[in-house]
Design a protein around this ligand. Structure first.
Ligand SMILES: NC(=O)c1ccc[n+]([C@@H]2O[C@H](COP(=O)([O-])OP(=O)(O)OC[C@H]3O[C@@H](n4cnc5c(N)ncnc54)[C@H](O)[C@@H]3O)[C@@H](O)[C@H]2O)c1
Length: 387
């Protein structure tokens, strides 16, 4: 018999849809005791019509326009935060006080100081918690983690990440409001650093260990944009682009680059790891492929004969590959939305005595500290240790 897990979801945009879809799918593909029930969706009163349509489309049993009411409800077990970044702290602290489980979208917070408070709140309440760095659960990225764990890359030398988009190049794109809150620093906290590089940093630290030191540069190419709420031209406070160098605790060197001004790039999230025995490369625009270069056998150290070396494109769809045994038959691909299904499958497994879910708030606090160090380094124009 399955145990219902009643979901109260806040925010009915992109992530609201991605999470709702994943809650509905997870038990069809993963055998879990808990079954998410879409109990209530919540958004602000001015979004009532959008909220109603959202609730109807996804089959929510009820709606709320005041998050406090949602959090107080006895029939809600888990609060899922899919609202813009500036709301994460307030919502987390209220939900933790009410003893609810919490799923929070990334970036965890606007700053590391906020993330500290949020982590303390969930840990004090002792509630299960999850931060939605969903890219860890792209099967090809999970396979990269496995390959590294098997010692196939050997001593790492270089980690190279890019996260590029191109949707803010036009000068007449406004900032703020419902659709463009990402450009408003008061709502987003930062630009590409929190929005895109937080993903790259989470993946990097998961695959290659902690980042110790960083030096960064940021740029805001368009200095003023019309604000949707005031109707006036206002300064742009976010970073449009950010690049940073990193030294990892394992001695390897990292480069990270992110921009929303990379014409032609839509969601170009890549990484490459170069080690003594081999290399790995991944590109989210080709998500079912992991590229692997094998230089030597990790068990024997024996070099591959030179005329046979070359990059392998592993089509990550075999049942032996992470998560893929739960989906279709080898050769059939899955996509973006499945990363959220995998996240919830693992979160539920954690509730049921399996491995505790990662990344949790404590882990995402680390990422936030790296983001803070990057932004501070860009301002102070010097290398900084990550706290
Ligand atoms: N894991 C990922 O890959 C991923 C992808 C996109 C977004 N996110 C994160 O998810 C969160 C939500 O992003 P989204 O893309 O779903 O945004 P969105 O704009 O599509 O939806 C956000 C929802 O929040 C509400 N909202 C919007 N502006 C608000 C405001 N000023 N005050 C209060 N509520 C407001 C509305 O209900 C809106 O529908 C953000 O923290 C974002 O960083 C994560």
């Amino acid at each position: 018999m399955s145990k219902p897990l009643n979901i109260g979801l806040i925010g009915c945009g992109f992530m609201g849809r991605a999470h709702s879809n994943a809650y509905l799918k997870v038990n069809h593909f993963f055998k879990r005791e808990h079954r998410p029930v879409l109990k209530a969706a919540c958004a602000r009163p001015q979004e009532l019509e959008k909220l109603k349509a959202f609730a109807e489309a996804w089959g929510y049993e009820s709606i709320e326009t005041d998050y406090r009411k949602l959090i107080e409800r006895k029939d809600i077990d888990l609060i899922d935060i899919c609202a813009p970044n500036f709301m994460h702290k307030e919502l987390t602290i209220a939900a933790a006080k009410a003893g609810k489980m919490i799923v929070c979208e990334k970036p965890l917070a606007m700053t590391a100081a906020e993330a500290e408070e949020m982590t303390a709140a969930v840990e004090k309440a002792g509630v299960p918690n999850m931060v939605s760095f969903n890219y860890r659960r792209v099967p090809a990225i999970s396979l990269a983690k496995q390959v590294i764990g098997e010692g196939r890359i050997g001593r790492p030398f270089h980690y190279r990440a890019t996260y590029l988009q191109d949707w803010t190049i036009a000068t007449d794109v406004p900032q703020g409001g419902m659709a463009l809150w990402r450009l408003d620093v008061k709502v987003a906290g930062s630009g590409v650093t929190g929005d895109l590089l937080a993903h790259s940093i989470d993946t990097a630290e998961w695959l290659n260990g902690p980042i110790q030191r960083v030096v960064a540069a940021t740029e805001t190419f368009i200095k003023q944009r019309m604000h949707v709420e005031t109707g006036k031209m206002e300064p742009v406070g976010i970073d449009d682009a950010c690049m940073f160098l990193a030294i990892f605790a394992n001695g390897s060197m990292g480069t990270f680059e992110s921009s929303r001004y990379a014409r032609g790039r839509k969601n170009f999230n890549t990484f490459e790891l170069n080690g003594e025995l081999g290399s790995l490369y991944f590109d989210l625009e080709d998500p079912h492929i992991l590229q692997y270069f094998k230089y030597a056998d990790p068990a024997t150290g024996k070099k591959i004969e030179s005329h046979l070396t070359g990059w392998q494109r592993i089509h990550v769809t075999n049942s032996e590959h992470p998560y893929m045994g739960k989906w279709w038959v080898p050769g059939c691909t899955i996509g973006y939305e499945h990363t959220f299904v995998h996240g919830f499958a693992d979160f539920l497994a954690g509730l049921e005595g399996g491995e505790k879910f990662q990344p949790d708030f404590r882990c995402a606090l680390r990422t936030q500290k790296v983001c803070d160090a990057v932004l501070r380094s860009a301002k102070e124009q010097r290398w900084l240790e990550v706290e």
